[in-house]
Design a protein around this ligand. Structure first.
Ligand SMILES: NC(=O)c1ccc[n+]([C@@H]2O[C@H](COP(=O)([O-])OP(=O)(O)OC[C@H]3O[C@@H](n4cnc5c(N)ncnc54)[C@H](O)[C@@H]3O)[C@@H](O)[C@H]2O)c1
Ligand SMILES: Nc1ncnc2c1ncn2[C@@H]1O[C@H](COP(=O)(O)OP(=O)(O)OP(=O)(O)O)[C@@H](O)[C@H]1O
Length: 294
């Protein structure tokens, strides 16, 4: 077995996690390579004292890898997706962060869960992604132009609302007068969209959610649409620019630009261990349906 390890931060808590992880991999003769910046941080902080093979670009992660292990929180998991892209390499998230909804292997379960992985006792949960193209082009988001949680547009440098003229497959839906608009995948439905009143979708639902952020309107409600819909958004406002985000990556976009959002042709393979299914995580991490009678 051959795995890639990804992380983006070092904290005191990283050391025991990484030691347990590397010890397990070495004991079980798993070949591994560590993202170069992450290894540098680990070495500088003396969390590891050996030299390991490294990678620093998505181009180096080819089909010879069986899995990518993301060490961090959900933000780190989302960034790990930008290394995996359309390679099909399954991702497993080891939680070193706070909530750990996507990164759902807890520190105390590292060995147990990795043993299940070695025995191939896991399922793959296929996650839909969204792609974004912008006219005129915005360089900072044109290379990594996809998101696993959501594409969001929002106001910038101002308190005044923006107007988001929205078309579904070329047909006019409405113009939202709001702080912003979230186009969410099923995975993202438990993230920002949820905080703005959007519904929870189970991960493999073939749907997307459009959720307005603070719409100044009694009638604007989150709407669920088929995931083969092509969305076009034209945003206007008092300021010259507004913000567009793809998960945690953000860019400034000029007023009157047109955004096209659609499903990517590839999916992300998320590793699902039966002890940590989506429904279990929903109850455990977001306290779904918590009721003292249950
Ligand atoms: N008000 C909000 O709820 C809000 C605002 C901005 C961004 N976000 C979310 O944060 C993500 C970016 O992460 P970040 O680390 O840069 O921001 P961050 O540090 O603000 O973390 C956002 C929180 O959202 C949680 N989260 C992220 N994806 C999730 C998912 N699919 N299901 C359940 N919880 C999830 C994370 O665990 C974290 O606690 C965005 O994709 C967006 O979904 C949420
Ligand atoms: N490799 C790591 N080692 C230790 N702590 C980490 C590591 N990566 C992330 N963290 C901790 O987790 C925090 C959040 O990390 P990250 O941005 O990956 O996730 P997040 O989106 O905030 O999600 P979550 O709520 O799940 O932590 C960081 O500020 C840090 O405290």
């Amino acid at each position: 077995m051959k795995v890639a390890i990804y992380g983006q931060f070092y904290q005191n808590t990283t050391s025991p996690i990484i030691k347990r992880l590397l010890q397990f991999l070495e004991t079980h003769k798993v070949t591994f390579t560590i993202e170069a910046n992450f290894l540098k941080m680990l070495q500088e902080n003396k969390a590891v004292n050996k030299n390991y093979s490294t990678y620093s670009s998505h181009k180096e992660l080819d089909k010879s890898y069986d899995m990518l292990l993301s060490v961090g929180g959900d933000g780190t998991f989302l960034r790990a997706v930008t290394y995996v892209r359309n390679s099909g390499i399954p991702i497993l998230g080891i939680n070193a962060g706070r909530l750990g909804f996507l990164a759902n292997v807890q520190q105390e379960n590292i060995e147990t869960f990795l043993q299940l992985v070695l025995e191939k006792k896991y399922k793959i949960s296929k996650r839909t992604l969204l792609s974004l193209s912008c006219t005129p082009k915005v360089d900072s988001i044109s290379e990594i132009n996809f998101a696993m949680n959501e594409v969001t547009v929002s106001r910038k440098d101002t308190t005044s609302m923006i107007t988001i003229e929205t078309y579904l497959n070329g047909e006019y839906l409405t113009s939202y007068w709001a702080d912003g608009l979230i186009i969410s995948t099923p995975t993202g439905s438990t993230g920002y969209s949820l905080s703005c009143g959007g519904p929870i979708l189970t991960p493999e639902a073939s749907s997307l959610v459009i959720t307005p952020i603070a719409p100044h309107n009694l009638n604007a409600r989150p709407i669920v649409i088929p995931d083969n819909t092509v969305l076009k958004l034209k945003i206007s406002g008092r300021e010259e620019n507004y913000l567009v985000s793809l998960d945690s990556r953000i860019a400034s976009v000029k007023n009157e630009s047109v955004l096209t959002i659609k499903k990517t042709p590839f999916k992300i393979n998320m590793v699902e261990i039966s002890e940590e299914t989506f429904l279990k995580t929903l109850r455990k991490k977001l306290l779904f349906g918590e009721d003292k009678r249950n």
